[in-house]
Structure formats: structure tokens, C-alpha cells
Design a protein around this ligand. Structure first.
Ligand SMILES: Nc1ncnc2c1ncn2[C@@H]1O[C@H](COP(=O)(O)OP(=O)(O)OP(=O)(O)O)[C@@H](O)[C@H]1O
Ligand SMILES: [Mg+2]
Length: 224
């Protein structure tokens, strides 16, 4: 379980997150929506331990982030908004490289299966020759190497075709429903949010996304 209490973030004078409080349970897949600059990536970075909040408390499985950051980090998988992989190396080489950095040992076959489960089949091809969608899939596969229980994805499906988008959406839903992972992800695609997520949170005071989702019968809870 994830518990977020009264989290705030300020960049110098600018207040980005105001009193964010919410909870998530195992097996839930939750969407985070909001206009550009609303603070979605900031919140994901705080939850991923990449950024410190200015105030507030975070707990994963009852443990406070500030008490045991190392242990918390081992339970979290994070895919940042900007793709972070080695362009000149193949899919296999990237998976081998990140497996070495991971807390959990994985065989080459397990690494390959993580890719295949998302229909990423170009094992021997250099990353620079892959499409944007395939690179995203590789980023997600890397984030799953250490078998995290909490997965944070910042716009994992931006700019990719409907087929890859659907494959990624289905895969994430399976991860939540079959493996009990908690998944929080941001997207600007309301069709996808409607199809994939159990619940939706919004950040920012622009009612645009909230009313779009309301028309589809999705209740959106405002966080900040
Ligand atoms: N390192 C930083 N220093 C100062 N201000 C920042 C920093 N990072 C983000 N901001 C500001 O904080 C606000 C929220 O940014 P953030 O990237 O979290 O928004 P977002 O909701 O993810 O937007 P997008 O949909 O464009 O990805 C913006 O006004 C941004 O300019
Ligand atoms: Mg962002």
C-alpha cells in the first residue's frame, strides 16, 4: 500500500504541489491527468525518490520513505518522461547492462521474456533503429528487471501508434491484475485512461480533462 500525506513541492518561489494526499492499494492501476506544467512529473519524481518533497510524508508498505530510502527504492520501478537507454547498443545489450545494475539477478532468458511479453521482438537490433513505441517498451522492460511492486510511468505511451499503445495498456493492466503491482501513470490520452485505469487523479485547476472523463462516466479526484 502507498500512503501519501500532505505532500508539497516548491521550486524556489513557485509552489507546484499543494497538500497532495492519496492512497493506492496492490493491484490498482491509477491514471494521473492534468495540463502541461500542472506537476505530474514532479509528483512522479517524488514518489520515485528522485526528488525530495518540500513537506509531507510518504509511506510504502507502512515504511516511511525518509527512514529507509534504499529499501523503498528496491520496490519501485520508474520510467521517466524522457527515454533513458543506450542508443548505440542492442536491446539485448541494454537489458544485460541494466540487469547488472539491478538489485535482482535475472537470466538472459528472463530478460528476453520481459521484452517478449510486450511484443518487443527486436532482441539483436540497435536501439537507434527502433521505433518510439519499441523504445518505450524497452524502457518499461528495464524498469521491471528488479520486480518492483510499485511502478511509476511518466507518459509511457506518448507519440506511439494505437497498436503499441494498446499492447502497453493491456500489459500494464495484466501486471496490476495478475501480479498485484500498483501502477501509477500519466497520459494525455483520455481513451487510453478510460480503458486502462481503475481510478483517475487530476492535478491543476483546469477542468478540461476532468469534464472529458466525466462525460465517459469516469470520476476524477483532484489532488492539487
Ligand atoms: N527543476 C525545476 N526547477 C524549477 N521549476 C521546475 C522544475 N521542474 C519543473 N518545474 C516547474 O514545475 C511545474 C510542473 O512541472 P512538471 O514537469 O511536473 O509538469 P507536468 O504536469 O509533468 O507537465 P507536462 O504535461 O508538460 O509533462 C512547471 O511549471 C515547471 O516549469
Ligand atoms: Mg511531465
Amino acid at each position: 500500500m502507498l500512503e501519501v500525506k500532505e505532500v508539497q513541492k516548491r521550486y524556489r518561489r513557485k509552489m507546484v504541489l499543494h497538500h497532495v494526499s492519496f492512497q493506492m492499494k496492490e493491484g490498482e492501476i491509477v491514471g494521473l491527468v492534468g495540463e502541461n506544467g500542472a506537476g505530474k512529473s514532479t509528483l512522479l519524481q517524488i514518489l520515485a525518490t528522485v526528488l525530495q518533497p518540500s513537506a509531507g510524508e510518504l509511506r510504502l508498505h507502512g515504511k516511511r520513505y525518509e527512514d529507509d530510502l534504499k529499501q523503498i527504492r528496491q520496490k519501485i520501478g520508474y520510467v521517466p518522461q524522457d527515454i533513458a537507454i543506450w542508443d548505440e547498443y542492442t536491446v539485448e545489450e541494454n537489458m544485460r547492462f541494466f540487469e547488472r545494475l539491478s538489485w535482482k539477478r535475472r537470466s538472459l532468458e528472463e530478460c528476453r521474456n520481459l521484452c517478449l511479453e510486450m511484443q518487443l521482438t527486436q532482441w539483436k537490433e540497435p536501439v537507434h533503429s527502433l521505433s518510439g513505441g519499441m523504445k518505450r517498451k524497452l524502457n518499461i522492460a528495464i524498469s521491471l528487471l528488479h520486480d518492483p511492486i510499485f511502478l511509476l510511468l511518466d507518459e509511457p505511451t506518448v507519440g506511439i501508434d494505437l497498436k503499441s499503445k494498446t499492447e502497453i495498456g493491456n500489459y500494464l493492466r495484466d501486471l496490476a491484475k495478475k501480479e498485484g503491482k500498483m501502477i501509477l501513470y500519466t497520459s494525455h490520452d483520455m481513451d487510453e485512461i478510460t480503458n486502462v485505469c481503475d481510478r483517475v487523479y487530476s492535478i491543476g485547476d483546469d477542468p478540461f480533462y476532468t469534464s472529458l472523463l466525466k462525460e465517459r462516466g469516469i470520476v476524477v479526484e483532484r489532488l492539487s
